[in-house]
Design a protein around this ligand. Structure first.
Ligand code: SF4
Ligand code: SF4
Length: 180
């Protein structure tokens, strides 16, 4: 098993984040929010350095220039680097904590990361041989993976799929590591 490692690229905050909405303001730093996908209601606490601008934006209804152009209202320009940052990171909702933008790492015979499996069964790789093997032998394998709420889950949760994929990759000297 590999551990998921988020590099804070912020891509999910511009897609997933559009469903996070402020329901009401409690204090200058505290809000009650809703996830429009799951219906989850949750309180958030804004980090002090972003409190004023988010408060002013909320009260005026005018978006600050520090907000990312699209996506989550809490996705803000990082004052210390040319990247973006979550203004409520310690109190971010469960959906953000659970989100994995890849669910399997594939390593080559040297142990280096050769690719990542994203979505359900798509692969991100610059290894042309691995891409060909994946698309020809793995991508269309059926799987049976349903999560607790009845939605299709990652194929990695299907032991039979995982076993077949491991065997195929091993026959080509690759190894797969599902992400926890
Ligand atoms: S979960 Fe993935 S997409 Fe989202 S910020 Fe982290 S690395 Fe980027
Ligand atoms: S709450 Fe934070 S982690 Fe979640 S989408 Fe918004 S900015 Fe991203």
């Amino acid at each position: 098993m590999a551990f998921f490692c988020c590099d804070n690229c912020g891509k999910c905050c511009t897609s997933l984040g559009i469903y996070i909405r402020i329901e009401r303001q409690l204090t200058e730093q505290d809000y009650y929010c809703k996830n429009d996908i799951t219906g989850e209601l949750f309180p958030v606490h804004v980090q002090p350095e972003f409190a004023r601008e988010i408060d002013e934006e909320y009260v005026s209804g005018i978006e600050s220039t520090t907000k990312s152009r699209n996506g989550c209202v809490f996705h803000r320009r990082n004052p210390e680097s040319p990247s973006f940052i979550c203004a409520i990171y310690p109190s971010r909702p469960q959906i953000c904590r659970d989100f994995r933008c890849y669910h399997m790492i594939i390593r080559n015979s040297g142990g280096d990361v050769a690719g990542k499996v994203v979505g359900k069964t798509d692969i991100q790789t610059s290894d042309a041989i691995l891409a060909r093997i994946w698309n020809a032998e793995v991508k269309l394998l059926p799987y049976n993976a349903i999560d607790g709420s009845g939605r299709t889950a990652s194929p990695c949760s299907d032991p039979s799929w995982l076993q077949q994929v491991s065997a195929i990759l091993a026959s080509h000297c690759y190894r797969c590591d599902p992400v926890t």
